[in-house]
Design a protein around this ligand. Structure first.
Ligand code: VGL
Ligand code: ZN
Length: 180
């Protein structure tokens, strides 16, 4: 068994004060820092959009490449991150899933490293965390979502619960950080 942590989009624009702030988005940071040493490998994705992305027809402009909003939250222990995955990098590409990263083939990389178990956390539960976890599961990784280390956009109230139900019904395992 080889365990990897995949931290999804813990970036300033998804945290309070950011362009697409997720309620309590910053609260995931201490939880993630508290478990980051428990894994063989730590990966973190960044939403990394060109300024003219079609993605911004659906969303406020956020996580534009090389801006403060696209930086990791300043309290995240970035020195523990082995690889950064850039996604949503093309102007016609939403890039919700970290498996759509364009600077690495994530599935091949994880297989090459012998990763069997993938623990997904970060932002946001109902978009990029969900898309990443569902892809991981389909690709055959034993996939966990850490329920106290995620936060949701919740465009509609209850989207967070719905997303976790869908994630669980597709074969991902929901865990609390204190169970890892
Ligand atoms: C995300 C909406 C737009 C996410 C990214 O990281 O969940 N959500 N872009
Ligand atoms: Zn985005």
């Amino acid at each position: 068994m080889k365990k990897a942590l995949l931290i999804v989009d813990v970036q300033n624009d998804f945290c309070p004060g950011g362009a697409l702030a997720v309620k309590d988005g910053d609260k995931v940071v201490p939880v993630i820092n508290g478990i980051i040493d428990k894994f063989d490998l730590v990966l973190a994705s960044k939403d990394w959009h060109p300024v003219d992305s079609v993605h911004f027809e659906k969303w406020p402009v956020h996580c534009v490449q090389n801006t403060y909003g696209a930086d990791f939250h300043p309290d995240l222990q970035t020195d523990k991150i082995d690889r950064v995955l850039l996604k949503g990098t093309q102007n016609k590409d939403d890039g919700y899933s970290a498996f759509e990263a364009t600077n690495i083939s994530l599935a091949d990389f994880l297989r090459g490293e012998g990763v069997t178990d993938l623990y997904v956390c970060g932002l946001a539960t109902d978009y990029c965390v969900k898309a990443t976890a569902l892809d991981a599961c389909k690709l055959g990784f034993r996939t966990y979502v850490i329920t106290d280390a995620v936060a949701a956009v919740n465009l509609n109230p209850g989207d967070d619960k719905k997303a976790l139900e869908e994630i669980s019904s597709q074969g991902c395992i929901l865990v609390n950080s204190n169970e890892i």
